[in-house]
Ligand binder design. Structure first.
Ligand SMILES: [Mn+2]
Length: 412
C-alpha cells in the first residue's frame, strides 16, 4: 500500500505519482481498436501491437485500475487468427500491469464470440459484457479506495434483440436503435437506484446525435436510423462511447465522450488520436483528461499534378504518412502509384480529380458521393435508376432490413 501523501508542496515539482495513487481510482476509456484491420491493403498488425504495448505502459505509468474498451474490439465478427492472438496477449499484459478490463462488443464484433468464456474470464478481472438478450445489470467495481457502478451495454442490433417493452397504451414500439438503447439504459438506471450512491458510468457503442463521424463509419451507414439522442444517457456521471473514430465530446460536455479509435483507419481521420483518463476521488469523477497516442502512421490527402506531388519540397514531411493522392493532371499519367511510392512509400490510393473526373461523365458526381452515403441509400438510388421510380415504403423497409443484416455479417 502506498503511504499517505505527506510531502510538502514545495518539494513536489509538479505532481507526485505516489500521492496521486492514494485514495483515487483511475480509469482509461478507449474504443474501436478494430484488431485485424488493414489500412487499404496494408497490414496494421505491428502498429496495433505497438499501440497495445503503449497502452500497457500507460496503465503502469498512471497506475490505472480499470480499462474500458467501448466496442469494436475486432474488425470482423470472425476475426483473423493473428487478431485473436494479439487480443489474448494484450489482455494478459494489461492484467499483468495491474488493471482490470471491461469490454463490450461493437457492431463489428460478434457478441457471442467475444462473450465466449465471459464468466470464467471475469474471475480473473476481464469483464466482457456481451449478452445482448438481457437488460444490462450494473457492475460495481472497487479500487483505490473508491467505488463505481458501470452499466455496460453491448451493441444492440434492433432486429436481433428481444421484443421491446410496449408503449403505455399497449401498442408495439418500433425496433429502432433509439428504443432498444433507451430500454436497456432504463433498466440499468432502475437497478442503480437499488445501490448505495456512487459515481455511475454508462458504456455504449452507438451514434449519438451531435457527434461527427469519419469515413470509416460513414461507409457503414452511420447516422440516420442508427442515431440516438444524448438524453438517452441522462443521469450517468460519465458516458464512455465507442463507434465514432474521431475523439470528441458530445456538446462540449467532457462527461459524455467518444475516446475515438487508437489509430487512423481512413483518410478522413487526420485528427490526433487519444485515450481518456478518468480520476475518481472522494466519491466523484474529479478529472477527465485526454492522453495523445504517439503511435501510428498519420494520414494525408495530397492534391495536385503528379509532377508537383513528386517534386514539391512542402510535401517532404508526408513521406512517412499514409498518402492518398488526388491528381489534377488533365492527361492520364504513366504508373502514377509506382512513381508516387518512390517518394511516399506509404501511398495507398490514387484518384484523378481533374475536370473529366469531376463532371463530364454522367453520374460521376454521384459516384463521388457514394462513399459518404449510407449503404441503404446507395441501394435505393440504384433501384430507382433500374425501375425508373422511387421505392415504396415497404421496399425501403426491406432494403434497410437487408442492409442491417448484411452489416452484422459484414466481413470488413
Ligand atoms: Mn462501430
Amino acid at each position: 500500500m502506498a503511504p499517505k501523501c505527506v510531502l510538502e508542496v514545495s518539494d513536489i515539482p509538479l505532481w507526485h505519482p505516489i500521492c496521486m495513487s492514494d485514495a483515487a481510482m483511475r480509469i482509461i476509456h478507449t474504443s474501436d481498436w478494430h484488431l485485424g484491420r488493414r489500412f487499404e491493403r496494408e497490414s496494421l498488425d505491428d502498429t496495433q501491437r505497438a499501440f497495445l504495448e503503449w497502452l500497457t505502459g500507460q496503465i503502469v505509468e498512471h497506475q490505472v485500475h480499470l480499462v474500458i474498451v467501448a466496442g469494436d474490439i475486432y474488425d470482423r465478427s470472425l476475426p483473423a487468427e493473428d487478431a485473436v492472438t494479439l487480443l489474448d496477449e494484450a489482455l494478459d499484459a494489461m492484467s499483468g500491469a495491474g488493471a482490470e478490463l471491461l469490454l463490450i462488443p461493437g457492431n463489428h464484433d460478434s457478441a457471442r464470440r467475444l462473450g465466449f468464456g465471459a464468466r470464467r474470464q471475469a474471475l480473473s478481472g476481464v469483464h466482457v459484457f456481451a449478452d445482448d438478450q438481457k437488460p444490462p445489470a450494473p457492475w460495481v467495481f472497487e479500487a483505490g479506495g473508491e467505488q463505481i457502478a458501470v452499466v455496460a451495454v453491448p451493441f444492440l442490433e434492433p432486429l436481433t434483440t428481444p421484443p421491446l417493452i410496449p408503449a403505455p397504451d399497449g401498442s408495439p414500439r418500433p425496433r429502432t436503435h433509439q428504443n432498444v438503447l433507451s430500454d436497456a439504459l432504463d433498466a440499468g438506471r432502475e437497478a442503480l437506484r437499488k445501490l448505495p450512491p456512487m459515481p455511475s458510468i454508462a458504456v455504449a457503442h452507438a451514434y449519438v446525435i451531435g457527434a461527427t463521424p469519419s469515413d470509416s463509419e460513414k461507409a457503414l451507414g452511420v447516422g440516420g436510423a442508427e442515431a440516438v439522442s444524448s438524453d438517452t444517457f441522462a443521469g450517468f456521471d460519465y458516458v464512455a462511447l465507442g463507434h465514432l473514430h474521431r475523439p470528441q465530446t458530445i456538446g462540449g460536455n467532457d462527461r459524455m465522450a467518444y475516446s475515438g479509435s487508437p489509430l487512423p483507419y481512413s483518410f478522413s481521420e487526420e485528427q490526433q488520436k487519444s485515450i481518456r483518463l478518468l480520476v475518481v476521488a472522494e466519491g466523484t469523477i474529479v478529472e477527465v483528461n485526454q492522453i495523445p497516442i504517439p503511435i501510428g502512421r498519420p494520414v494525408v490527402t495530397l492534391e495536385g499534378t503528379l509532377a508537383d506531388l513528386l517534386a514539391n519540397p512542402e510535401y517532404e514531411t508526408y513521406t512517412t504518412y499514409w498518402v492518398a493522392a488526388r491528381l489534377t493532371d488533365e492527361t492520364v499519367q504513366v504508373q502514377p502509384m509506382e512513381r508516387l511510392r518512390e517518394r511516399f512509400p506509404h501511398a495507398v490510393s490514387v484518384r484523378y480529380t481533374n475536370s473529366w473526373a469531376a463532371g463530364t461523365m454522367s453520374g460521376s458526381a454521384d459516384s463521388q458521393l457514394v462513399e459518404v452515403r449510407s449503404t441503404g441509400d446507395v441501394v435505393l438510388s440504384f433501384l430507382a435508376e433500374l425501375y425508373g421510380r422511387e421505392a415504396e415504403s415497404w421496399e425501403r423497409d426491406l432494403v434497410n432490413e437487408a442492409v442491417s443484416i448484411a452489416h452484422q455479417e459484414r466481413e470488413q
